[in-house]
Design a protein around this ligand. Structure first.
Ligand SMILES: Nc1ncnc2c1ncn2[C@@H]1O[C@H](COP(=O)(O)OP(=O)(O)OP(=O)(O)O)[C@@H](O)[C@H]1O
Length: 263
């Protein structure tokens, strides 16, 4: 008798990672390059050049993310969280495996490319344009972005160059610019940890809104509290390997029990 499917998964996938490996090649200082024969032999034997080392940052990670999910990426320093996000965003080539994504995933890193010498105001316009918003849309959402960031709560900071901001203020402005647009896949790297309690509440509400509009949110955070509050699912990376993937409370608890989580 033919198998009859008893359960149909109606969820829509937004990101599929299939056995993803990311390897950084690091050129050591003072490396000798050797002759052409040595270089050819390295290419054919797939050996790395002398003075060059490799960091295998992500090792065979597979998962499927669905519409409406908020997924926390947790793991100790150097476990590959940011690298995985960069690979999903297409900013980091994968050595092996494949990544499929719905639309263009937007990565909101703490180091997102805003210009430190420009005022917050100019950066709102720059960041908005970089995300594909029109000038008209930016103009309409400008006040909302500034209010959301809370940058002007203690004076007219939005008219000052971003280099005068604290790192928390910069991160808040970056998040506010990114959050002004609806994303199919929004990836946030540690940005929320820098805000105060009121900002974190606003951010969590905005993430919930994005999820309701069928977006998928990835959140890298060392704060298990933030992951539990914001995410329904968590992925734990350990030395580049996917150690656990499941409901956020269970994965966070297992990570804590392992003794690897920061106190
Ligand atoms: N540009 C790079 N060149 C070489 N190695 C890198 C580079 N960026 C990261 N790595 C290495 O890749 C590994 C994973 O780093 P990654 O930044 O992805 O980890 P992480 O989990 O995000 O860490 P953290 O929690 O400290 O931000 C680490 O061993 C790191 O040293």
């Amino acid at each position: 008798m033919a198998d009859t499917p008893t359960h149909t998964d109606t969820r829509v996938p937004t990101v599929i990672a299939d056995g993803v490996h990311v390897i950084y090649k690091v050129h050591g200082a003072g490396a000798r390059r050797g002759g052409a024969t040595a270089a050819l032999s390295r290419i054919f034997c797939r050996r790395t050049a002398p003075g060059m080392s490799e960091v295998h940052a992500v090792k065979g990670v597979s998962f499927t993310a669905y519409e409406g999910e908020a997924i926390g990426l947790i793991g100790s320093n150097g476990s590959g969280k940011s690298t995985l996000l960069r690979a999903i965003a297409g900013l980091q080539p994968v050595a092996r495996g494949r990544i499929f994504s719905h639309g263009q995933p937007s990565l909101l890193g703490v180091n997102a490319a805003l210009m430190n010498d420009l005022t917050g105001e100019r950066n709102v316009i720059l960041g908005g344009l970089a995300m594909g918003m029109t000038r008209q849309q930016i103009h309409e959402r400008y006040d909302g972005i500034v209010d959301f960031s809370g940058i002007n709560d203690k004076g007219d900071f939005i008219s000052l160059p971003m280099r005068t901001y604290s790192s928390g203020m910069g991160a808040r402005l970056r998040f506010s610019i990114a959050a002004a647009k609806d994303h199919d896949v929004l990836m946030i790297d540690e940005a929320l940890a820098t805000g105060d309690a009121a900002f974190q509440r606003r951010s969590q509400a905005r993430i919930a809104e994005l999820r309701e509009r069928a977006g998928t949110v990835f959140l890298v955070s060392h704060s298990l509290h933030t992951v539990r509050e914001t995410c329904d699912r968590a992925i734990w990376l350990d030395s580049g390997v996917l150690r656990m993937d499941g409901p956020a409370p269970e994965v966070c608890a297992a990570y804590e029990d392992s003794g690897r989580a920061a106190a």
